[in-house]
Ligand binder design. Structure first.
Ligand code: ADP
Ligand code: ADP
Length: 235
């Protein structure tokens, strides 16, 4: 069954109907791509699921339970993690230190504040390797990594701290072909680990490379919602 589900969900900001009648399901081990032009409602959808905004219409369910007044803290506690485009990494901090940023907020595998530095470094190194990222020096400031590598560190961090659902906000938008490839490979790795992924993108090609389901928003409503098997490339 889906971890996260929207049923006829919507959001109005005062008189502005940003999202209306949206059905969406996020299953473990599947990538749901959300496409749409600027103003289509993609950010509003992310904000509902990550607890930043309340939906004003329909239902929002996590593990089958309706969520009425979700908060970002609730979302994190339920394993819903958002990786924003601006990454929430601190450029001048070492890679390993960035890996543990914000970990107080989540149910980490152990109380991270009590970890000694050597163990934190070792853990960051192991986790990044597990997800296929090999960096020769975790002491380097994260700002020296490529955009694609930084995205991957942010995703690995969310996975390590217990995310079951990853919301990726345009993770390839600012990247070139090669770096986009790195991130797409990484999205596939998260799926292999059984995470449900919401992949927000403008890029239909990137969506098609990793997506299991495609939801296209237009002016706040679903223009298309189709499983991969139902998509034909002809026409
Ligand atoms: P997208 O992320 O796809 O660009 P948004 O969810 O940001 O779309 O916006 C959907 C619509 O809702 C747009 O018409 C936008 O102007 C409007 N909107 C978004 N946020 C707010 C807000 N906080 N207050 C009023 N209108 C908003
Ligand atoms: P929620 O209660 O879901 O957290 P918001 O905090 O997004 O809702 O919005 C509360 C009210 O403030 C809404 O009615 C909306 O119209 C208004 N609002 C919030 N952000 C903006 C914005 N960027 N532009 C215009 N109005 C906004």
């Amino acid at each position: 069954r889906p971890i996260v589900e929207l049923r006829g969900a919507g959001k109005a900001y005062g008189n502005v109907r940003a999202l209306h009648g949206v059905d969406l399901a996020v299953h473990p081990g599947r990538v749901t791509c959300v496409l749409g032009d600027n103003g289509a409602g993609k950010s509003t959808l992310i904000k509902i699921i990550s607890g930043l905004h309340q939906h004003t219409e329909g239902d929002f369910l996590v593990d089958g339970e309706p969520v009425r007044f979700g908060t970002p803290r609730d979302a994190l506690a339920r394993g819903i993690a958002t990786v924003y485009q601006d990454l929430a990494t601190i450029p001048l901090m070492p890679v390993w230190r960035n890996f543990f940023l914000g970990s107080e907020m989540t149910k980490g595998p152990w109380p991270v504040r009590r970890l000694d530095i050597a163990r934190m470094k070792r853990t960051a190194d192991e986790e990044l390797r597990n997800m296929g990222i090999v960096l020769d020096d975790l002491e380097q400031p994260i700002g020296t990594l490529s955009g694609g590598q930084r995205q991957c560190v942010a995703i690995a961090r969310a996975v390590y701290f217990g995310a079951r659902v990853l919301i990726l906000d345009e993770p390839t938008a600012a990247l070139g072909v090669k770096q986009s490839g790195v991130v797409l490979k990484y999205i596939a790795a998260a799926r292999e680990r059984g995470l449900g992924v919401i992949f927000i993108t403008h890029n239909p090609h990137h969506a098609y490379l990793v997506g299991d389901h495609f939801s296209v928003l237009r002016l706040g409503t679903l223009e298309l919602s189709a499983a991969r098997a139902d998509i034909t490339l002809e026409e």
